[in-house]
Design a protein. Structure first.
Length: 541
């Protein structure tokens, strides 16, 4: 019996400035009904390009197939007409994308977005589409589904948005699901829930799954077979157990070994306090009625105390909506809060914008997604230069250019590339630019908000080592927010565990990781470390 999907000697070229650039160089694979196969490799290896080719979603004619064949149930997809492609897309094969916030339409409600595929492919009327949408939202485990129908994507957490994406993908009960990094941006407990959900739905619907990921723990849990990609080619393929236990290719072994490791350098006992707060609160009003009166508050941060010393890293962990990022923004005085905030002994809570401006260069932040946080219209040099111009650092252009070159060199980037734009750099290089933008101002405190979650494991390890070195060289204080507990353990001296705006545990990193006191912390640890080690097909949450 032939496979549901057969890809034979597939090649993909992109036309760039009149040149043909090969992205995929003759890969072949097949997927049977009900089977899960994983494509593994670093950014730029050709994983997503191969998957998008299956649905013919590449930007033609900039992209082309110089050779190869893609067959769904024996029928050719390359060159198929619009009617055939519409039948395949969303009906026979669906796709879940990496970042649901950018994949969902911010202007449409959840109901409208799930309805769309039902109306287009099934011809359902509004009432039937609404009923089916509710059924799907219940199927994917979205809490309070009826109340969520009118919600917009920004009103949902990351895990909730990903569940909506899965509901959309499953609306027409496809024969195959392409999952492109479906859990990268999710917290560990939500990640485990989503993976379990996919396995349950696969068993119920008999779907095939093509999983694209750089997370080897996810591969080990989900896939029966693995294909390892590098530079547009398969370097190794086989059964998952065989690949993990006896990897043959050096690149595969390199991927297996590429985990953030080590521990932070001990902070000096007399290291000065850089920032601290006692009983910090951030409450957002809930308004209702014609007069929009405040009826209650969302207690995003509710009585949190913390301090960060020089050459010290405090990790902040917890699920989406626990208040991690809100805490960081409040400490930087980027949102309103209640409670004292001391920066190098000075209470900055009541200070005005103009009073805070001289301190801004001392408090910097690096965001999760460097592609979103870097302006596509500015070169790397202009991005790093912005802070210098705002704070009037550097007498002239040439002096600023020297400072920019030094900052880029310090984060491991060739200063000769500084006139390139963000899209011309890899994900890891873009994150280095974001770090250089912060470091060029010689700060005392750097807030790192999920700085490695969108990166490949090997690049994560490089960024972790870079952050350690910068901290040693400049006596930096880090507030490190992450859902990746392996990265937190590699960097943090102390860990704060947050849930529903409250601090449920705080202590030395080794104590929190090895002897957690609260049930919630134990659940986080189990979800994070059991997923990475589990080969039995059960994730404990």
């Amino acid at each position: 019996m032939s496979a549901f999907l057969e890809v034979d000697d597939l090649a993909v070229n992109f036309r760039v400035e009149g040149r043909e650039i090969p992205a995929v160089k003759g890969v072949s694979f097949h997927i049977q009904r009900g089977e899960t196969m994983a494509l593994v490799g670093e950014s730029g290896s050709g994983k997503s390009v191969s998957a998008l080719s299956i649905l013919q979603l590449l930007p033609y004619p900039l992209a082309s197939h110089p050779k190869g064949s893609i067959r769904v149930e024996g029928k050719e997809v390359i060159g198929a007409d619009t009617a055939r492609l519409r039948e395949i897309r969303g009906d026979r094969i669906s796709m879940i994308f990496q970042e649901p916030m950018t994949s969902l339409n911010p202007l449409h409600s959840i109901e409208k977005q799930v309805n769309e595929t039902l109306i287009l492919h099934r011809g359902l009327d509004a009432q039937a589409a609404r009923a089916r949408t509710l059924e799907l939202l219940h199927l994917v485990g979205l809490a309070e589904a009826e109340q969520r129908l009118a919600a917009f994507p920004h009103q949902l957490s990351g895990g909730q948005r990903q569940r909506v994406m899965i509901a959309m993908a499953l609306a027409n009960e496809p024969d195959m699901l392409i999952a492109d990094e479906p859990t990268t941006a999710l917290d560990v407990t939500i990640q485990a829930q989503v993976l379990n959900l996919l396995k349950e739905l696969q068993a119920r619907l008999g779907m095939a799954i093509l999983l694209i990921t750089h997370d080897l723990g996810v591969v080990r849990f989900m896939a029966e077979r693995v294909c390892v990609m590098k530079d547009g080619e398969f370097v190794e393929s086989g059964d998952t157990a065989q690949i993990f236990e006896r990897p043959q290719h050096p690149y595969t072994r390199e991927l297996m070994a590429a985990e953030p490791s080590g521990r932070p350098d001990p902070a000096p006992a007399d290291a000065p306090e850089i920032i601290a707060t006692d009983g910090l609160k951030v409450h957002f009003p809930i308004k209702a009625g014609v007069l929009r009166r405040t009826v209650d508050y969302v207690r995003a941060v509710d009585g949190v105390s913390a301090k960060v010393r020089s050459r010290h890293t405090v990790g902040v962990v917890g699920e989406s909506g626990s208040g991690k990022t809100t805490l960081a923004l409040a400490l930087l005085r980027l949102i309103k809060s209640q409670g004292p905030i001391r920066f190098e002994g000075q209470d900055i809570q009541g200070q005005s914008f103009s009073q805070l401006k001289p301190l801004r260069r001392q408090m910097q932040i690096v965001f999760q997604d460097p592609f979103a946080s870097l302006s596509p219209r500015l070169s790397a040099s202009q991005i790093v230069e912005e802070g210098l111009l705002v704070h009037k650092i550097g007498a002239d252009y040439d002096e600023r250019r020297e400072l920019i070159s030094a900052a880029l060199n310090e984060v491991g980037l060739d200063p000769a590339t500084q006139d390139r734009y963000p899209h011309e750099f890899s994900g890891g290089q873009r994150q280095r630019i974001a770090i250089a933008r912060a470091m060029v101002l010689k700060p005392r405190l750097v807030v790192l908000d999920e700085p490695t979650s969108a990166l490949d494991r090997s690049v994560q390890a490089q960024i972790v080592e870079l952050l350690r070195r910068l901290q040693r060289d400049h006596d930096l204080a880090y507030l490190f927010i992450s859902h990746d507990l392996k990265v937190v353990r590699a960097l943090a001296d102390e860990v704060i565990v947050m849930r529903d705006g409250k601090m449920v545990e705080w202590g030395p990193a080794d104590t929190v990781f090895e002897a957690p006191k609260s049930d919630y912390t134990r659940a986080l640890m189990a979800a994070a470390f059991d997923l990475a080690a589990d080969t039995s097909g059960v994730v404990r949450t």
